[in-house]
Design a protein. Sequence first.
Length: 269
Amino acid sequence: MSFQVSITNFLSSYFFSGYTIFNTLIYGIILVFAIFGIIKIFKHYNINPTDLIFPLIPFIFLGSSVRALVDNGVYPYSWFLITPGIYFIVGGIAILSLLLGILIQNKKNIDFRYTIFSIGFILAIISLINIPDINLIAFSQVIMVWAFMTFIFLLIGKFWSLFNFNSYNGKINLSIISAHLFDASSTFIAVDYYGYFEQHVIPSSIYNISGTAITMFPLKIIVICLSLYLIDKYIDDETISGTLKLAIFILGLAPGIRNFLSLAIGVGI
């Protein structure tokens, strides 16, 4: 009994009580192993990972919206409904949907991406209908900042091939940086204008030094642009590079949607 209590206390202290350096490293290690496993699946079925960026958006919305609804008391607080539990569950469902989509494609010649998107969309509706009234001012503030920042990179793409919207690779890269700019926009508006605080370790430390969450923008831009540049320049394996880009996209859009909905719902209540 004491052993079980110790395990429970350990998990509660280090994994269920917010983000720390320790659990951030553990989640990072788990993510690395998950990426290696997913790469094997993509290679086995000869799938281009970046083809999944848009079909997976409903799943990303599902996980993030559930987390936001927990934040605002619409759903009960449970490990299965908060980070990282909800993302493990949604990720598992997404992988099963991928395998089901491949099976249907082989038997019915229906593009597996349609199956993935359809399943994710149906599941996302469950959370969508449970979202209460939102504050349109907070909603609009985030959207306008995000649209402005994304537009800047759309212009940059005319001179920098990394974000050239006329090429497939440029569109993918622009989508990734846009996802992270959405995360930065929602964090900036929530922290600087509505009294929220940053939970993640590194951004929180930078915020404490600068006193403003606008620092999220240069932090995101530098890290993501450098990552995309290095991936495109030095990783020739399309499956590995595509999987890394897919992971980076999810790591930007998922917290972005969660923060965005948590703010819009929280201010609206």
